[in-house]
Every structure is written in C-alpha cells, then in structure tokens.
Design a binder for this molecule. Structure first.
Ligand code: GLC
Ligand code: CA
Length: 556
C-alpha cells in the first residue's frame, strides 16, 4: 500500500488529562476532545496523536496500561472514543493511538496471572528471575531503571524478581515470547479494525533484551541500557509487526527512539521493508542539556542546528523525518530555546525554524498558543514519578531541596502537563472544577480565546505557517542545505525543489543582528511567504534581523 499521505500531513498531540475537561471533574477527557475537534481542525492539522487514553493506574500517567483494548473511565468509554474517531474522520482528521508495549502496568491481568507461579502460562510474558547470592537476596543483575532506583522488584510469594526498566509499576514484557508478540499484533488489529490510522510506538527500540540479561556498564541511572536499546531482535520483531499487521492496513507508524542517531534511524525507516515510517528523535532536544533534560546546560544553538542538519541531510530522499519541538516529555520550547521576554517573536520563530524543514510536523497541545514553563513553589505540588526520582538522585549528589525545586521548575516534563489555557475565566476555561494539576497562573494573558481575537497571535501564526507548508511543495519535498553553521545567533537554511528555492532565516538573538544572505540570494527579489514581523526590509543581500526574527523567502 502506498501509504505516503503522512508526508503532507501535520499532527496535533493530545495529552488528554490536561486538554479539556468536558464533565466537570477536573480531569481532561474525550468529551472535551469532542468539543474541541473544530478548533483542532482550524489549526490546519490533518490528524491527532493521542497519548495513552487506556485504563491505567497512572503511575506514569497512562504509559502504564492495565487494559489495551479499552478506554480509561477518566476519559470516557469505547463508545465515546468511537464517536470521537468518527467525528474526527468526518472532519478529515486522522487518529493515531499510542502503542506502549515495552511494558504493561503491574495491574494488567497478564501480570497478575504471571505472579501466580512459574507454571502459569503468563509467567513467561515478563522477565521473572531468581535472585543472586547465597541467600538469593541480590537482584539478578546490576541494571538500574530510568525512573525508580533498581530495575528489579522482588516478589515475596514467588521468591523471584521482575524486570522494570521504567517505574516499578511498569514491568517489562518479554517480547522474545511469541505469544507476547501475538498479543501486540492483536492490540494493533483491534484499533486498526476500529478505524484508527496508525500508532506512535512508545520506546519501541527498547523491546528486545539481550539474552541472559548480562550486567551493564555502571551509570547513575539506566545501567544496562546497552543490553536493550536496539537489542538483538529489534529489527526482526518490528518487521514481524509490519508484515503480519501494518502492511494490511492503510496506516503509518512513528516510533519513539531515545539515543538513536540519524544513521541508526535509517536502519528502521529506509526502504521497501521499513519497519517504521518515521522516528521521534531526541538529538535536537539536547541543545540545552546533557543526555537528559534534567542535566541542564546553557542553550547551544550550534548543537541544535547540527542535530537538525544531520537528520535532514541523512534522511533526505531515503527516509522521512518527524518534526517536533514539544511533547508531554519535555519542558515548553519557548522557555528552553526561545525567550519568555520575547514570547511572541520567539514562539513564532521557533515554529518557523522547525516546521519549514522536511518532515511531518507534530504540534503539542498548548504549543500553538506559546504556553510557557510553570513555576511551582513546592515539590509537593509536582505529580510525576520522574520528578521524585530525580529529587532522590540530586539529593544523593548533594543538591538541597531548594536547589532541586529550581531545577525541576526549569527541566521537568511536568511543565508541559499543566492544563491547556482556553480562556481567562477561572481555571483557564479548562474545567469548572479544580483541575487535577494546577493551571499556569499566566492563563489570564496566555489563552486561546485571547489569541483567536488577535491576528498577530502565535495561534494565528501557526495556522498561517501550516498553510504555507501545505501550499508550497518545496517546503514538504525540497532538499535541505544549511548556511552559516558556525553562527551562534542565526539559523539559515535553504530548500530546493523543481527549480524553486526557499531561504529560511531565523535569529536566535535578543538584539538586532546583521544578516548577509548566502551567495546568489537577493532579499529584495524573493517573495516573503511568512515572517513574524510586519515588514521585511532589506537592501539586496543584507538586512537587519530584529530580536528572534524569522523570514521565509521563496524564489520561483
Ligand atoms: C516514553 C513516554 C514517556 C513514558 C516512557 C515510559 O518515553 O513518552 O512519557 O514515561 O516512555 O513509558
Ligand atoms: Ca473529566
């Protein structure tokens, strides 16, 4: 099936709990989504990616699933979901579900069964192992989880340990068991048969663990990761899913893959036999941190540009990129790579910089109105297992709780999880009841209703930007060439397609900088397709770029 429609599409990510509450209990839900479908459509996107909305004890807010073929009562039920799907399709919006199969919840029936004994048919759905040492009281290996201390949890009744590379309540599935792979296929078919258009596959590159689960290289967290990140059977299993299921539907899949470079990405996304249609890379999200958001470093524009350029160049003509700046796992982008002071300018510039590249745009709820990081005055007000795990780690390394609060306010993914700010009424119009997680107090100034009225708002800029992309094949299909990669202030790249050229110029400076166009570009001759200032003055190949200015020139 030539399912390449996703190349021209753009997607909007919904993290349901904080999107819109429709029944007044303070928790976002599918009633809220239904109510906002026209709004989503109005952005100019072509589909929705739902972060997990299945039943879940919420140890990791939905990424710990206790029933893969149902909808969480917090969000509605299957009938309501079918209605959302149907209404989305009526509006020409596709729907992607989140497929989380590296692990389940410990409250999933399979896990409950697996605990009953070595002879239970579900025992081998997970990694159960005897302890080490004389008394068997040492864990089976030295692996550490990413979210919560050791990667093994002891079960007294069984006298065995189970593996969890994330939180304790997220036991890892044993994908080497063919029955588990059949379960995955059955989950895929369940949703595809209902009419969903594809999946975002959660930490999909972690699903194959090295035989024998050998000790890992010691790290402060995630020790052992080299034994399951792109493990020995990863390609085999993904091909199996592709051949047995995905190839039989008009759908596409985007895989989340931490610690994967552009070269590696090709091994998953290139060719006839490609296992994934595109990948959610982390490279470009590490320009202000080391490995993970929590270890913050000053923003380094050159590092960011180099990451984008690697993916753009390597994948061009061979595979396809997913373009994003925000999701539920990262702080807000303006607070990271832009400027809260120049929120309007930098919010628009960042969108231009990213979505004028080649790839499928993903826009996270609230990003389109330039929502910012949150500032909580106490760690008790946070909600996420990762925040608390990091608190423990930072304490170990001598950081005070006060210092850690500062770090969490800046780097925690919870910054992206505050309720969407719909208007300036109480609770930002998110709910009539007190929300499950506090609304960012800046909702009185930053909200959808206010930006709907303002032609210069970030919201209306996103609409225009997506339209520019749709109307100009060069933005979707053109090649990519970076200029001035040594600049610490400007990101400039060119696109080429069918004899046309486009020049994208973005300033990351909070002051005016002089820009000289690359050879052959006359700034007075190009058509300005979009820009975040009212005019675009230039003399031949020279112009002054104002703070966070962005311009897109087209040369026919
Ligand atoms: C992915 C999800 C993240 C989750 C983790 C474990 O990275 O995006 O939210 O916590 O996987 O499932
Ligand atoms: Ca609700």
């Amino acid at each position: 099936m030539d399912n390449t429609w996703y190349k021209e599409d753009a997607f909007y990510q919904i993290w349901c709990r904080s999107f819109k509450d429709g029944n007044g209990d303070g928790i976002g839900d599918l009633y809220g989504v239904l109510d906002k479908l026209d709004y989503i459509k109005s952005l100019g996107v072509d589909g929705i990616w739902f972060s997990p909305i299945y039943p879940s004890p919420n140890a990791d807010y939905g990424y710990d699933i206790s029933d893969y073929k149902n909808i969480s009562p917090d969000y509605g039920d299957l009938d309501l979901f079918k209605k959302v799907l149907d209404e989305a399709h009526k509006r020409g919006l596709k729907v992607l579900m989140d497929l989380v199969v590296n692990h389940t919840s410990d409250e999933h029936e399979w896990f409950k069964e697996s605990k009953k004994g070595d002879d239970n048919p579900y025992h081998d759905y997970y990694f159960w192992r005897k302890g080490k040492g004389k008394d068997g009281k040492r864990p089976p290996n030295n692996w550490l989880s990413t979210f919560e201390g050791g990667a093994w949890e002891y079960d007294k009744d069984l006298d065995e340990y189970y593996l969890h590379v994330f939180a304790k309540k997220q036991p890892d599935l044993n994908m080497d068991n063919p029955k588990v792979r059949e379960e995955v296929k059955s989950i895929m078919r369940f949703w595809l048969d209902m009419g969903v258009d594809g999946f975002r596959e959660d930490v999909i590159t972690f699903i194959s663990k090295k035989e024998g689960l050998p000790n890992g290289f010691p790290l402060p967290i995630a020790t052992g990761i080299e034994n399951y990140n792109k493990g020995p059977h990863i390609h085999e299993y993904l091909k199996e899913f592709r051949h047995d299921v995905l190839n039989h539907y008009d759908c596409f899949v985007v895989g989340e893959s931490p610690m994967t470079g552009a070269d590696d990405a090709l091994s998953f996304t290139e060719g006839q036999d490609k296992e994934l249609d595109m990948m959610i890379s982390f490279d470009h999200m590490q320009a202000d941190c080391f490995m993970t958001d929590t270890i913050a470093t000053p923003f380094n524009l050159k590092k960011m540009k180099a990451a984008f350029t690697r993916w753009q160049k390597k994948l061009y003509g061979r595979a396809w990129n997913a373009l994003y700046l925000e999701n539920h796992d990262h702080p807000r982008i303006i607070s990271r790579y832009g400027s809260e002071k120049f929120r309007n300018e930098s919010g628009k510039m960042l969108a231009t910089m990213c979505y004028m590249q080649s790839g499928t745009p993903f826009i996270y709820q609230g990003q389109e109105i330039g929502m910012l990081n949150n500032h909580l005055d106490s760690i008790d007000k946070f909600k996420d297992v990762v925040t608390f795990n990091n608190q423990r780690l930072f304490k170990k390394f001598g950081f005070s709780d006060k210092k850690y609060l500062e770090i969490a306010n800046k780097t925690s993914r919870e910054n992206a999880r505050t309720p969407v700010q719909w208007d300036s009424s109480e609770y930002g119009g998110f709910s009539t009841a007190e929300p499950w997680f506090g609304v960012n107090p800046n909702y009185t100034e930053i909200n959808v209703a206010q930006q709907e009225k303002d032609p210069d708002s970030i919201l209306n800029y996103y609409r225009k930007l997506l339209k520019v992309r749709k109307e100009n094949p060069i933005i979707i299909y053109g090649d990519y060439e970076e200029h001035y990669h040594e600049s610490n202030e400007i990101y400039c790249y060119e696109r080429n397609f069918n004899g046309q050229k486009a020049l994208i110029v973005c300033s990351f400076a909070d002051h005016t900088v002089t820009f000289r166009a690359p050879k052959g570009f006359d700034l007075t001759k190009g058509e300005v397709l979009i820009s975040n200032y009212h005019d675009a003055p230039a003399k031949k190949d020279i112009c002054a770029l104002r703070p966070y200015e962005a311009r897109v020139y087209l040369y026919k």
